[in-house]
Design a protein around this ligand. Sequence first.
Ligand SMILES: Cc1ncc(COP(=O)(O)O)c(C=O)c1O
Length: 376
Amino acid sequence: MQVPIHDHTVLYRRYKPALDAAVARVLASGQLDWGPEVPAFEDAFARWLGATHAVGTNSGTAALKVALRALGVGPGDEVITVPNSDIGSTAAIHHVGATAVWVDVEPDTGNINPALVATAVTPRTAAILPVDLYGHPADLAALRTIAERHGLAIVEDACLALGAAIDGRPVGQWADITCFSFAPTKHLGAYGSAGAAVTDDGALAQRMQRLVGYGQNRERHYGDNLAAAPLEHLSEGLNERLDELQAAMLRVKLPHLREIIDGYIARAAVYTDSLAGAAVRTPVIRPGAIHTFRNYVVHVEARDHVQRRLADAGIATALNYAPPLHRQPAYRETSAAAESFPVADRLGETLLALPIGPHLDGPICQRVAQALAAAV
Ligand SMILES: Cc1ncc(COP(=O)(O)O)c(C=O)c1O
């Protein structure tokens, strides 16, 4: 048995005629920039989430960075986040010139611990950046209470949590700005790098649109008379837009997104059922939460040994996200690295991400679970 961690060809084969047609449409149009695909995708994506505005970006990291900049977060500001995430969550804070303040996480979900957020707030705190780890939403109600008490913004890193919800309210409707990644491994995977920032605030959306496109008003590129439109940079923008080809392919997959996400949830349920009784801690789902399982992460003792045994059995696994950021070379020199995050450390020592995605079916998940139960 060979079980890879991902297989991007499965959904390509499933949607091939429509994906090929979308690529051909964009290439034949000659309109590789500022065409109709990006705005059409943004509208459809916002509607899918029940949000008002979506701004396409060229990655999840770019979405986080643009969100922080649009909120005016910059040098001198602190942003509270977690050390057990993709580096993009923390790097985006530093890329806008602000300081990331890590706090430890909840032992069950691995998400930001609101009680510790409350104690980390200082007069310099500008925002909270929770991460919905593996697809389980952070405790957004508790975080909103803290944010409102201190006048802080919430920029939610939902790069792994498309389709997640708490108490019936979808991720995308909780934060000032919610950021998504469409990296190929995500629920809505592009064929390259892509992302989006979502908000109900029209002024923030307009600022983000300008920021991703050279600081220009987007309308400038959509008039009939572009050559005559004055070149006007309203702010010092970036070049971090979603591109037409990715937008066209994302538009093909978006109508199937619910089915894709339900597939992840169903495979996760098979894993959890099959691992009952094994010496494995399976993922927790808080009451009221919808966990969309972009990653199915278990916790086991002697993790490295277990991972090797699974590899010997042909089963690929991953370590999202270990070692945590405070143990990464990039941050070893910073003062924050000297602080201790015992829960994040403990989770980092025991976590193991099993393969999950459209390339697996129930029986394969059962066999992976059996191999894991035998390996622990
Ligand atoms: C939690 C989290 N935040 C941010 C990112 C960054 O997204 P991207 O790779 O699209 O820049 C990722 C991507 O893996 C992620 O998982």
